[in-house]
Design a protein around this ligand. Structure first.
Ligand SMILES: O=C(O)/C=C/C(=O)CC(=O)CC(=O)O
Ligand SMILES: [Ca+2]
Ligand SMILES: [Mg+2]
Length: 437
């Protein structure tokens, strides 16, 4: 629900939060874990404001907050946000309101809160949570259709797609935070005309533009979460790059789905934007005429009226040559989360309908967020039509799949008339040469 924390007229005494196009405006207030760079300090939770971070450990120690907001700040002061996530939506909301008020122009708390600020330029980030389980969904019908045509030309969109939110269980151990650098994976590759596979570095390294959805409060095993309550279980959303080795994937994925083609690295942006901060950017969720309506357990009036989110998304690439020449990353893709075929609430409800229990800090991937046209494709395999249509970069380099040294940047933000601009910050990852190269 929209409340005083969303008022686009609010301004902060942290001047950088009021700058045109700032990601971390006072209407945003996302959470991360961080430490001062180069120290062995333990990680602690923080809230972004402009180019600063409110250190929740310092805030908690300063005794500036009362009641549920104080309880929430204390729960967010440790090295992971799991305790804060477990507290539930009223606690997250109380902390957001208290911080919104204390960070506003003219707030009486300014001088005491100032002492709890740490410049973002001085920190390194940790994962927001200890991620027990990671499930990657497949919620873009455009992605499913585009990649289906490449992997299964005779049967691109499988008949279950419009009925069931498809997902697979991912791997948490290799999830890293923005800045992650990882080696090109080795795997079994089988050329279509070869008799058998060989073990070699992947030649078809790809990205997947996704959102990461952090579960806050979980559910007891055997007690599904209904659509009506689904979103109260969601703490917030970050950016997620589900790096994918397409050649390993094509050979290994049938019949159980992706395995080693995606488990070597997954990169998250450090800041988790809360569901409350995202409230103004909700949009109606509908399906094309003639498509089946979701089964009743996956349907609700609220989901139809405002189940989708207009989160604008971009993918940028910076090659090693561009980096050496001081050239900024170049935009390859632009799309929005609003095109997804299944919503956040539907993912949560479906995941638990069999009695599966979610836990605080569990992570969902939205699935690759391709929009309806090819320039909105969320993966290179779609953008280059299976590697057949190379992209030419501004410096003349060509790409089908990623080259060693490539850095990929995901960006996301929300804006609309009558609401503030809020952004996610960057999700950056770099592909290094394979171990044997
Ligand atoms: O259609 C397939 O066989 C495979 C699709 C994917 O690689 C996508 C996957 O990881 C889920 C997603 O990101 O949408
Ligand atoms: Ca994926
Ligand atoms: Mg992955």
């Amino acid at each position: 629900m929209i409340n005083e924390t969303h008022d686009p007229a609010l301004r902060s005494w942290v001047a950088s939060a009021n700058a045109e196009g700032a990601d971390f405006t006072i209407q945003n207030l996302p959470f991360a874990t961080f430490r001062r760079r180069g120290t062995t300090d333990s990680l602690r939770g923080g809230v972004a404001i402009g180019d600063q971070i409110v250190d929740l450990a310092a805030l908690s120690a300063a005794g500036l907050l009362q009641g549920m907001a104080a309880t929430a700040a204390k729960a967010g002061a440790g090295s992971t946000l799991n305790p804060l996530m477990a507290l539930g939506a009223p606690a997250w909301s109380a902390l957001r309101l208290a911080l919104s008020r204390a960070l506003r122009d003219g707030a009486a708390e300014q001088s005491r809160l100032q002492a709890c600020l740490v410049p973002q330029a001085d920190v390194e980030y940790g994962l927001p949570a200890q991620i027990g389980d990671y499930t990657d969904f497949y919620t873009s019908v455009h992605h499913a259709t585009n990649i289906g045509k490449l992997f299964r030309p005779d049967n691109p969109l499988l008949p279950n797609y419009k009925w069931v939110p498809i997902g697979y269980h991912g791997r948490s151990s290799s999830i890293g935070i923005s800045g992650q650098r990882f080696r090109r994976p080795l795997g079994q590759l089988k050329a279509p005309d070869a008799e058998g596979p060989v073990l070699a570095p992947s030649k078809r390294m790809d990205i997947e533009l996704e959102l990461g959805i952090f579960i806050g409060t979980g559910n007891a095993q055997g007690e599904p979460i209904t659509m009506a309550e689904a979103e109260t279980h969601v703490f917030g959303i970050c950016l997620l790059n589900d790096w994918s080795a397409r050649d390993i994937q094509a050979w290994e994925y049938q019949p159980l789905g992706p395995f080693l083609s995606k488990s070597f690295a997954t990169t998250l942006s450090p800041w988790v934007v809360t569901m409350e901060a995202l409230a103004p950017y909700r949009v109606a969720f509908s399906r094309p005429d003639g498509d089946p309506q979701p089964l009743p357990y996956l349907d609700s009036p609220a989901n139809r009226e405002r189940g989708a989110l207009d989160i604008r998304l971009q993918v940028l690439l910076q090659s090693q040559r561009m980096r050496d020449a001081g050239q900024a990353p170049q935009k390859l893709i632009e799309t929005s989360y609003r095109h997804a075929y299944w919503t956040v609430a539907q993912m949560v409800t479906h995941h638990t309908i069999n009695g599966c229990n979610l836990q605080p800090g569990d992570l969902f991937g939205s699935g690759t967020l391709s929009g309806p046209t090819l320039d909105q494709a969320g993966a290179l395999i779609e953008l280059t039509q299976g590697g057949k249509q190379p992209i030419t970069l501004a410096n003349g380099e060509q790409r089908t799949f990623l080259e060693d040294g490539d850095t990929v940047v995901l960006r996301g933000w929300c804006e609309k008339p009558g609401a503030a601009h809020i952004g996610f910050g960057d999700c950056v990852g770099t592909l290094l040469p394979a171990a044997t190269a």
